[in-house]
Design a protein around this ligand. Structure first.
Ligand code: NAD
Length: 379
């Protein structure tokens, strides 16, 4: 049976747009693992990340001497169908059943910010991981510490269609009329505004998930991710966390669009990864908000970052952005009830780790004499 690719009549540009919508897609099959861990030959770029990897390494050693199954791998082993179709010479694995002895995870977009953290977690749980990424916004260095490991494979490839978990976004709620936003809210998006490509694109992505779910019984999970930050963010992705940290570190003005009264809720990346894994582990196919409900005005957030970084940056106001959502806060009741999940990392703890990472990145780019380029788009 062939997977019917929904965008087969679209232009390359349309396809590209569609791909970026699907973000992280996990393709998983077959349980049981017992892998040894080789040396991490290429050391992490900074101490924080290095320590993180060392901790994870210890965890694998524990696993090797302890139980062989995590609940994650057990559940995946029990799951029925996998969707893994690709093009341009890659094999199409669509529709295979779980039967073999090794757990195998394929992550598209795995060299990106969120994807690479997911890679770390799964690698350290002993799974075999293949990352498929075209490095459009992701970077090889985000996963370079795994290159050479026997369980790890990195493919430079432009994916087009497979789907298991969709990294959707709070942007599907647009400029919301209800607060906080729960998953039953249909959203308030301007379909022709400057944010529309991303927002409407993500909405279409969800639409496609549920169409395949209804039509073909495709197993889907839809995570509506709220603003996430942490090490490995791209320095110049234009998101508020990276903008403010970078401006503070460089003693440049911290720019707020509008009065700074708009609110956002920020979650640390490890909380997101926990939520995603719990969602994959569940049998729940309706959308689930994964975000931290602690809400800050952008004005206050700028002050917090300035306080943590120090320095002499002034906070300056700029004209408001078109269609900038006025409020953003997830209602995570569903995630709590269905997944037993809630965020754990305090804002300041996460921000300090992220600031350290940005400091190192700045040092590195300065030493390299390289300039970080602006990304074509941001989540
Ligand atoms: N970070 C957030 O705050 C946030 C919030 C809501 C939703 N999301 C969603 O989560 C997902 C991951 O976000 P992120 O912050 O890690 O972004 P990111 O840009 O760091 O990661 C995306 C990865 O996908 C790769 N990619 C893009 N097009 C590709 C293609 N055609 N083929 C193969 N690889 C391709 C990029 O190179 C990159 O490595 C995205 O779908 C994003 O929309 C993120």
């Amino acid at each position: 049976m062939r997977f019917r690719y929904p965008f087969r009549n679209c232009t390359v540009k349309d396809k590209f747009m569609a791909i970026t919508l699907f973000g992280l897609i996990l393709i998983v099959w077959f349980g049981n693992f017992s892998h040894s861990v080789g040396d991490i030959e290429r050391r992490s770029v900074n101490n924080d990340l290095f320590n993180e990897i060392e901790n994870l390494k210890r965890r694998v050693q524990e696993l090797e001497h302890g139980s062989l199954f995590t609940s994650f791998s057990e559940n995946l082993a029990r799951s029925s169908i996998m969707l893994a179709c690709s093009h341009n010479g890659l094999n199409c694995n669509y529709g295979q059943l779980y039967n073999y002895s090794d757990l195998f995870v394929k992550i598209t977009g795995g060299a990106g910010f969120v994807g690479s953290h997911l890679v770390d977690r799964l690698m350290m749980e002993g799974h075999e991981v293949t990352v498929v990424d075209n490095f459009f916004t992701g970077r090889k260095r985000n996963v370079e510490h795994w290159i050479g490991h026997e369980n790890f494979e990195l493919l430079n490839h432009d994916v087009i269609n497979p789907l298991f978990i969709e990294a959707s976004t709070s942007e599907v709620y647009g400029d919301p009329e209800i607060h906080p936003q729960n998953e039953d809210y249909w959203g308030h998006v301007n379909p022709i505004g400057p944010r529309a490509c991303y927002d409407e694109g993500k909405r279409v992505a969800e639409t496609m998930c549920y169409a395949y779910h209804r039509q073909d019984g495709t197993e889907i999970r839809v995570a509506r991710i709220f603003n996430t930050f942490g090490p490995r963010m791209h320095l110049n992705d234009g998101r508020v966390v990276s903008n403010f940290i970078l401006q503070s570190l460089q003693d440049k003005p911290i720019t707020i669009y509008g009065e700074g009264k708009q609110t956002r809720s920020f979650q640390y990346v490890s909380d997101l990864v926990d939520g995603l894994i719990r969602l994959m582990n569940s049998n729940y196919s309706m959308p689930v908000n994964i975000g931290n409900p602690d809400e800050y005005t952008i004005g206050d957030f700028a002050k917090i970052i300035k306080g943590l970084v120090g320095g002499n940056s002034k906070i300056v106001k700029k004209p408001p952005m078109t269609d900038d959502p006025r409020k953003r806060k997830p209602d995570i009741t569903r995630a709590k009830n269905i997944l037993g999940w809630s965020p754990k990392v305090q804002l300041e703890v996460g921000l300090n780790r992220t600031i350290e990472y940005f400091k190192n990145e700045l040092r590195r780019t300065t030493l390299d004499g390289r300039h970080f380029t602006k990304l074509p788009g941001g989540a």
